[in-house]
Write a protein that binds this ligand. Structure first.
Ligand code: ATP
Length: 319
């Protein structure tokens, strides 16, 4: 694939492929057939060789790795055409020793999950549905802000790959035109002072059309394509996300959450506004005053008192 890509739009001869790869002509032919079966459009011409004409819109590991500028995030990829939930597969992979920064990616999730037991709609080939496996050596209590860090990484990636500027709804939903384009679900296994593994699941709605969404979320959800008017490269978006993630994760490991929180605040669109915070038990209205160093929302109530809300336990609704 590298050789085919490097020689594009020219042909690469069968002889060169045999020599570079150290295999027979028959073996080359077999590999070309396998790539065609994956959806690659490869022309073959006698005396000229092979020419790459089209790359399928698939999140194949070789496509993600081609041009990816990271050291450890996304260097090891587990790819699934269909998965129940990338977070669930990532958990199993973490338990069997997957490396730090490993990426689990699926074209489709049949049981995509959101926070608080909610579902995440993840149709085939239309989004970036993925999970990262991380083993940070920090205290488990320091981990929750990682979902906010991830929101910053996705926002920056969306800007790079689609030229759109999303806003963050506390703590970690990404919005465009007031509609949700991305959800993040962080899960971890920990002992009192040690994280066993941490899974960051991200669902980005990329190339869905309005009518692709189920009716119940049609008013609240959107995709990048609905704002750009054309397909956005899922590969470019995923690469940008992995690169941003590595940079921010390093900052967080070395300097803590403060510098990341500053970036988060610049993108947040739900601060210094009236909001409603709802949990299963209650619904509280107030002024979204600030977010503290742990990522908790500080709400000023009508009587002037301040109340703290922990991310992960409540939902926020502007009103
Ligand atoms: P909320 O925005 O209701 O506060 P949340 O942050 O508590 O959501 P998430 O895990 O971010 O929870 O998202 C789950 C919710 O998002 C679902 O209940 C559903 O309403 C909505 N949803 C499901 N799939 C999608 C999707 N592909 N795009 C946008 N929204 C979705």
């Amino acid at each position: 694939m590298r050789l085919l890509k490097e020689s594009q739009p020219e042909f690469v001869s069968g002889e060169v492929l045999c020599k570079e790869l150290g295999v027979s002509r028959t073996a080359v032919w077999k590999h070309i057939q396998a790539l065609r079966a994956e959806g690659y459009d490869i022309l073959s011409q006698q005396n000229a060789g092979y020419r790459l004409v089209g790359v399928p819109d698939r999140l194949y590991p070789q496509e993600i790795l081609s041009g990816l500028k990271t050291e450890f995030i996304g260097r090891h990829i587990f790819y699934y055409p269909q998965a129940p939930s990338t977070n669930i597969l990532a958990r199993d992979l973490a338990l069997s020793g997957a490396p730090d920064g490993a990426l689990v990616v699926a074209e489709e999730q049949t049981g995509g999950r959101g926070r608080l037991g909610r579902g995440w709609f993840s149709p085939c080939g239309k989004g970036v549905w993925c999970s990262l496996i991380l083993y940070p050596s920090v205290n488990p209590a320091a981990a929750p802000p990682l979902t906010m860090l991830t929101a910053v990484a996705v926002a920056r990636a969306v800007q790079q790959a689609a030229g759109l500027v999303p806003g963050i709804k506390w703590p970690n939903d990404l919005l465009l035109g007031g509609k949700k384009i991305c959800g993040i679900l962080t899960e971890m296994s920990a002992e009192i002072e040690r994280i066993n593994y941490l899974i960051i699941g991200t669902g980005i709605n990329v190339n869905l059309n309005g009518e692709d969404f189920p009716e119940e979320i049609r008013d609240s959800a959107a995709s990048l394509k609905m704002f750009t008017g054309r397909d956005v490269s899922r590969i470019k978006l995923l690469q940008a996300y992995l690169q941003e993630m590595e940079q921010l994760y390093r900052i967080w490991l070395e300097e803590g959450f403060s510098p990341v929180l500053e970036l988060w605040k610049e993108i947040c669109v739900t601060l210094r506004r009236p909001v409603r915070v709802s949990s299963l038990k209650e619904s509280v209205e107030g002024w979204a005053e600030d977010v503290d160093e742990e990522g908790n929302l500080i709400l000023r109530l009508e009587n002037g008192a301040l109340r703290k809300f922990v991310a992960g336990e409540v939902s926020l609704r502007p009103f």
